[in-house]
Ligand binder design. Sequence first.
Ligand SMILES: Cc1cc2nc3c(=O)[nH]c(=O)nc-3n(C[C@H](O)[C@H](O)[C@H](O)COP(=O)(O)OP(=O)(O)OC[C@H]3O[C@@H](n4cnc5c(N)ncnc54)[C@H](O)[C@@H]3O)c2cc1C
Length: 376
Amino acid sequence: MGGKFFADALVIGAGPAGLGTALALARHGVDVAVLEMQDRIGAKRRGETIRFDREMDALLGGGFFEKQTIRRINKRSYFSHTGLSRVDRTISNPNLIISWPDFIQAMAHTAEDAGARVLPASTVVGFIREEGRIAGVRAMVSGFMEEELKAKAVFSCGGCEDPSSRILGIDRTGMDMPISKQLVRGYTGPADRFEYHFHVHGDSLTIATIFPRAKGEAEIIFMGYARGRKPRTISFEEFIQAHRVFGERIKGTTPFYSLKTTIPMGRMISMCCPEDRLVMAGDVLGHVQSRGGSGIRTSFLMGYTAGRLGAGALQSGAWTAETTKKLEQSIQGSPPMRDLYRHNLIYSTLRAGIFGLIHEPKQMDRLWPLLRVALR
Ligand SMILES: Cc1cc2nc3c(=O)[nH]c(=O)nc-3n(C[C@H](O)[C@H](O)[C@H](O)COP(=O)(O)OP(=O)(O)OC[C@H]3O[C@@H](n4cnc5c(N)ncnc54)[C@H](O)[C@@H]3O)c2cc1C
């Protein structure tokens, strides 16, 4: 079966951006289907901490965050490379610990209740074009053979793995950083705070974090920032050897979930609508979490905005180059995008500026009075 009209709008990816997009499209009367490559929605975990956001909570029906919260944590401790400097913070809007699969599935149900179709085991492999313009996707739907699914518009929200980057030849160099995550049991370190441990090695900076969860579980994140052309990487095992406090904290824990992936912390793609009838939102665009730990919220709100404004474009009649131009301008001028650019400018520039000055461990202690201002 080929070339059948499948939906007015197709969304690639059931993450926060794709589900936010689908929810807005469905609420604005657009027939929308979400294609998700995983067999089970939310099976491949990403972030599991979020801070309450009134707008996102209201869009998801109110009380959504409360239902998804496993526990609240409002303390953070940062340790310099040598462990000689430390700063403790208490934040007013606490971090909420969530379960990614439950959170994403609940979001998918909200989108379905609004009328969206969410199809797991459906992988997009290419776009179809008619008269040079995007007219749908090629996808393996529900694990079956490849099909051509026609639509009036495609919303590409596949995160770092998004197929549009590959198909359109978008260069992601300097955008996606390696990150690994473990969920462990048997954590006996401080349960009331997030911990951040820094490692400096020439042109590379590595951060290992511990986010306690419930019942002795914790999330361990290990992330490297490459600053130079030839960053030196450190393995998790070497990090444990080099950082006594971190090593002690995770001693005796047993991993029950492990993931190696990338996170776009490097830079952003400036276009949300790179072609007529194609809109991108979320991690696919690059650096969407300027403040760190805000990617879920930002991706969802960007997606919702893209869906809301995209619905208007779809309902305006024929989608011309002028429609694309107007849509691009309205997405770029929307509050989530303006907030993101403003925060990127402030936080990323500040962090990059300070971290750019640090090339060996003791330098970090010397600059700690300056650095601690940026560590919130
Ligand atoms: C280890 C880790 C920890 C993080 N911690 C936090 C945190 O604590 N708090 C926070 O706010 N943010 C955190 N983030 C960032 C946050 O998870 C992301 O910013 C957010 O998930 C981006 O949403 P998205 O919808 O754009 O992409 P994703 O969540 O990546 O969703 C994209 C979806 O598209 C699907 N997909 C990809 N390609 C295809 C295809 N060809 N066909 C069909 N489907 C496809 C994928 O399977 C996936 O489900 C973390 C990220 C990582 C990797």
